[in-house]
Design a protein around this ligand. Sequence first.
Ligand code: ZN
Length: 238
Amino acid sequence: MKLDILVIAAHPDDAELGCSGTIAAQVAKGYKVGIVDLTQGEMGTRGTPEIRLQESAEAAKILGLAARENMGFKDIFFKDDEAHQLELIKVIRKYQPEIVLANAITDRHPDHGKGASLATNTCFMSGLRKIETQLNGKNQDPWRPKFVYHYIQNNYINPDFIVDITDYWDTKVASIMAFKSQFFDPESKEPASFISSPDFLPFIESRSREMGHRIHTKYGEGFTIERFIGVKDLFDLK
Ligand SMILES: [Zn+2]
């Protein structure tokens, strides 16, 4: 199945926190969007891999995703190396996305910057004819996405462009809250974590408000680019 947009995320919930408003906006326009989570987030303080897979499936429904899969790479220990690149190339060739949304280029959690460079390198390599891959016994065609954009995660990064997600704010929140094991729950008996504090979701809202404010809308999500984006009509810029 061909996708228009593939989101690559180091952990289940990275995509929801970083760019789910944008995903919902593009799905509403009729684009096919999928997420590939690199790990099951098994090193996270709360929850289990099984719970997080269920939560991912619930968030996928809320966002109207056409596909979601998990690479099963090792949380914390996965690398941007040949073995991981070859596995991820298969997924890029399988879905043939025009646009890839990838982790923040640098962040508090080391998997985020590592996920970003793995995605960037793999998108380039996937276009190389001489790297041969097979899926279900069939040779795959090379495929290079036109653009890789990086969403912004915990640490502030000045964006290169901002998507207006005002109409999709509620969907973003619902997709984040699908990860019940991760966020603030007064009933939870699990140990507290960085993101389970009651202050975490207001922080996400503040970030989205700040981004929205910069483009004169209520809520926004910022992205950084790898190469310049061009327009033919100045009025396409909002
Ligand atoms: Zn993460």
